[in-house]
Design a protein around this ligand. Structure first.
Ligand code: SF4
Ligand code: SF4
Length: 437
C-alpha cells in the first residue's frame, strides 16, 4: 500500500517561533517539530519516517478512507443524539440601540398584545415534532426581558408552559431589566443567562446605550453579579471590533475585581462584530477573523491576565492544551436546522439566530397552522464538508466543518457553499500561546 502524506495532516510554523506544529485531525495526533524536521517532512526527506507513519501523518489511501467513513458515521450518530437548542423570539424590539445591531433593519410585524395562542401553538409543535428528543429552550430577541407589563405577562406565560414540561431554559438578554425578572426566573429551570458587556463602563456605554440615550453598564454589570449570587450560570459575551478591542484588559480587570472569574458558573465568549446581513455603518471598525485573533494574540503577550477572563480557542489549540487530546472530527460546524431551530411570535420557523426574523429565510410556520418547506430544510440538513464542493478536498476540513451556512448564503446565495475559517493560521497563534510560550 502506498504511503503518502495524509490529506488531514496540517503543519505550519508557530507565530514568533522557529518551531512548527504538526497534527492529523483524523488520527488525532499532534506534535511540535523543530524547524529542520518540519522542512524534512515537507520535502519528504525524513531519514526515519517511522514515527510519522505511526502517528498517521503518513497514511495510505485505503486506511484514510476507512477512518474517514467511521468518523463520519460516529459524527452523524452523535449529531442525531445531540441536545437541540430551540430559540423563541417573543419580540424583535429592544430598549438598547447598539451601534452594530444587525436586527435593526428588520421590518417588524406588530406584536400581538396577547401571545397566548402563539405560545400554545409553539409548545404543541414541540410536543409533536420534538417528541423523544433532548432539547432546551432559549429566549431570544430583540430583547426578551423588556420592562412593560404586557411583555412581562407574555414571558411569564411562556415560562409557565416551559415549567409544565420541566424544560430547561437559557435567556439571551441585554440584562437591563433582569433584576426585576429575577424572582420569577428563579422558579424556572434556568441553565444559563447570556449577557453582553462590550468593555469597561466608558466604552460599553458608547456602544450599547439605551434607545432613549441613557447608560447601561452599571445595570448590566449588576445583573451579572446578581445571577452569580443566585447560582445562575452566566455566559458573558463581548462583541469586538477595532473600536473596543484594546479595552478588553480593562474589562477583564473589572471581571476579576468583581469576583466573576473565580466562579465556576462564569464563562465568556468573544464575538466578532461582522457584517451579517447589511453594510455596517461603522465598517472601518470591523476585523477579519484572523486579524482579530492576531490582535488578541499580541494583547495576551502584554496582558496575560486577560487569560483569566477568556482563553481564546485558536481553532483546536485551546482544546488540545486543556484536554490533552484533539477534539472529535468536525464534519459540520453549523447546527442550523439540525441541533438548532428558531421560532418567533409571528408563527414562523427559522434555522437559527442568524436567520430568525429575516425575510425570505423562513423554513416554515407553526402558527396558525403547521407548514414546513421540506426542500429548503433538507438543503440545510444536508450541508456538511462532504456536500460542499469546495470543502471536499480541503486539508483543514475536519477542524473547520464548513463554517456558518448563513454567512455562506449571504455571500454566494447558497447554503451549500463554504464559510472558510483560517484554521492553520489560528493554530499557529494558539500553539505559540499555549505550548511555546
Ligand atoms: S447558520 Fe451560522 S449562525 Fe446559524 S446555526 Fe449555522 S453557524 Fe450558527
Ligand atoms: S469552509 Fe473553507 S476552510 Fe472550511 S472546510 Fe470548507 S473549504 Fe475548508
Amino acid at each position: 500500500m502506498k504511503l503518502r502524506k495524509s490529506k488531514h495532516t496540517i503543519t505550519a510554523k508557530l507565530q514568533d517561533s522557529d518551531s512548527w506544529y504538526i497534527l492529523n485531525t483524523l488520527s488525532g495526533e499532534a506534535d511540535l517539530l523543530e524547524s529542520e524536521m518540519a522542512v524534512q517532512f515537507q520535502n519528504n526527506t525524513l531519514e526515519d519516517p517511522t514515527p510519522f507513519i505511526e502517528k498517521g501523518y503518513f497514511m495510505d489511501e485505503e486506511t484514510e478512507n476507512s477512518l474517514f467513513k467511521n468518523a463520519y458515521l460516529e459524527f452523524s450518530d452523535n449529531q442525531e443524539k445531540a441536545e437541540i437548542q430551540v430559540f423563541y423570539v417573543p419580540d424583535y424590539s429592544c430598549n438598547f440601540k447598539c451601534t452594530y445591531c444587525y436586527q435593526e433593519e428588520y421590518v417588524q410585524d406588530s406584536r400581538p398584545q396577547n401571545q397566548k395562542d402563539i405560545i400554545d401553538a409553539f409548545f404543541t409543535y414541540l410536543d409533536q415534532k420534538f417528541l423523544g428528543k433532548s432539547f432546551y429552550l432559549t429566549l431570544f430577541g430583540g430583547e426578551p426581558l423588556l420592562p412593560s407589563d404586557s411583555h412581562r405577562k407574555t414571558i411569564e406565560y411562556f415560562l409557565d408552559k416551559a415549567d409544565e414540561r420541566n424544560l430547561s431554559l437559557a435567556i439571551v438578554t441585554n440584562g437591563f431589566s433582569l433584576e426585576s425578572y429575577l424572582p420569577r426566573l428563579k422558579k424556572s429551570k434556568l441553565r444559563e443567562i447570556q449577557l453582553t458587556i462590550d468593555g469597561p463602563k466608558d466604552m460599553h456605554d458608547i456602544r450599547r446605550p439605551l434607545k432613549s440615550g441613557g447608560e447601561t453598564f452599571d445595570k448590566v454589570s449588576n445583573a451579572v453579579s446578581l445571577c452569580l449570587e443566585n447560582d445562575i450560570p452566566v455566559n458573558l459575551r463581548v462583541v469586538l471590533d477595532k473600536q473596543n478591542i484594546d479595552s478588553l484588559p480593562q474589562l477583564a480587570d473589572h471581571a476579576i475585581r468583581k469576583g466573576w472569574t473565580a466562579s465556576s458558573l462564569f464563562k465568556t465568549q468573544l464575538g466578532r462584530n461582522y457584517e451579517l446581513h447589511s453594510c455596517q455603518k461603522e465598517h472601518e471598525f470591523l476585523f477579519s477573523r484572523i486579524s482579530m485573533y492576531e490582535h488578541i494574540y499580541k494583547m495576551l503577550q502584554e496582558h496575560p491576565e486577560v487569560l483569566e477572563f477568556h482563553r481564546p480557542a485558536f481553532s483546536l489549540s485551546r482544546f488540545l492544551y486543556e484536554q490533552g487530546e484533539l477534539p472529535d472530527t468536525l464534519f459540520d460546524s453549523c447546527p442550523g436546522a439540525k441541533t438548532e431551530w428558531a421560532f418567533d411570535y409571528t408563527g414562523r420557523i427559522y434555522s437559527c439566530t442568524a436567520t430568525v426574523g429575516k425575510d425570505g429565510e423562513e423554513l416554515g410556520e407553526f402558527y396558525p397552522e403547521i407548514k414546513l418547506n421540506d426542500q429548503v430544510i433538507e438543503q440545510w440538513q444536508d450541508r456538511d464538508i462532504c456536500s460542499i464542493e469546495e470543502c471536499k478536498d480541503c486539508s483543514v476540513q475536519l477542524a473547520c466543518g464548513g463554517g456558518c451556512a448563513a454567512v455562506a448564503k449571504n455571500r454566494t446565495g447558497s447554503v451549500l457553499s463554504p464559510d472558510c475559517r483560517p484554521v492553520k493560521e489560528l493554530m499557529s497563534l494558539g500553539f505559540s500561546s499555549y505550548f511555546d510560550k
